[in-house]
Design a binder for this molecule. Sequence first.
Ligand code: KG4
Ligand code: ZN
Length: 338
Amino acid sequence: MNVLGIETSCDETGVAVYALGPGGPDGAAGLRAHAVYSQIALHAEYGGVVPELASRDHVRKLLPLIRQTLAEAGLAVEDIDGVAYTAGPGLVGALLVGAGVARSLAWALDVPAVGVHHMEGHLLAPLMEDTDTKPPFVALLVSGGHTQLVAVDAIGRYRLLGETLDDAAGEAFDKTAKLMGLPYPGGPQLAALAGEGRPGVFKFARPMTDRPGLDFSFSGLKTQVLLAWRDSDQSAQTRADIARAFEDAVVDTLAIKCGRALDATGFDTLVIAGGVGANQRLRARLQALAEKRGGRVSFPRPMFCTDNGAMIAFAGALRLQAGQHNDASVRVTPRWDM
Ligand code: KG4
Ligand code: ZN
């Protein structure tokens, strides 16, 4: 079964084909092809994503990207057995582009279509290539819009253990980068800068780790950075030192809560998903945490941590395989709890 996946929830147009069981003409299963087009350059001069421009660019890029992905997979459009698309949460106009194309294609081909929750896509992404990891596990979802700890009892059975009360971890990275003058999107650049920073020169609090619980709060950290940066010499080395202290504070906080979530559930496997999962220091820290506990941690490759079509194709394929699909209406859910 070849499932076409379409992701257009924000500023990345993602397309992929995932084959379940004996797949395309050569019988191959797994991820057959994928492509992501990033709109970062388009939004850079505005310092953030402009929803209307995002929708228009998805319109421009989606069909060429589908053609390219099918060609790379060696498939004709008739070989598609199902279509999965991100139905939310996200920017409503951007979501509608993906939903409209997905539904039309499914209708024309007379195959089922299924709307996928963007965060379920992120959540299951590590399982796409790591066949050793199976539920139950604790998932840490860390993206630009979300920071959540989720107990995954089974695929489709999720319990929210904790979440951010204000900024998401990725949002904190982006806002902190911005206030130190780094261009949008600052998160990855801040992380690169932290690599040149000296540990311990600046010290920021680990928010909400001094009391029990699995919720997060990152907005205060941003204020601490603002004050430290304002009162500093604002040299390149100072910027790197502050970046390092900020990254250490976020990584520490996430690691402490992951440890607590494993304790609370009794699970020994941790799965990391979302854009911040591309952060090298976070990966190393959680790897060490898992090893110390005698458990394991699974990360998607960095390109599958950030928004992509492959995770939507994969999550959609699992849902279609379970017999789930939606009626033919083009409906999206910009705000949607998982
Ligand atoms: O999952 P994602 O691509 O988009 C959604 O938010 O759904 O995540 C993007 C977020 C951004 O906030 C970005 O700054 C952050 O992930 N990010 C990183 C790194 N790479 C991406 N944050 C810290 N370190 C990184 N290496
Ligand atoms: Zn995302």
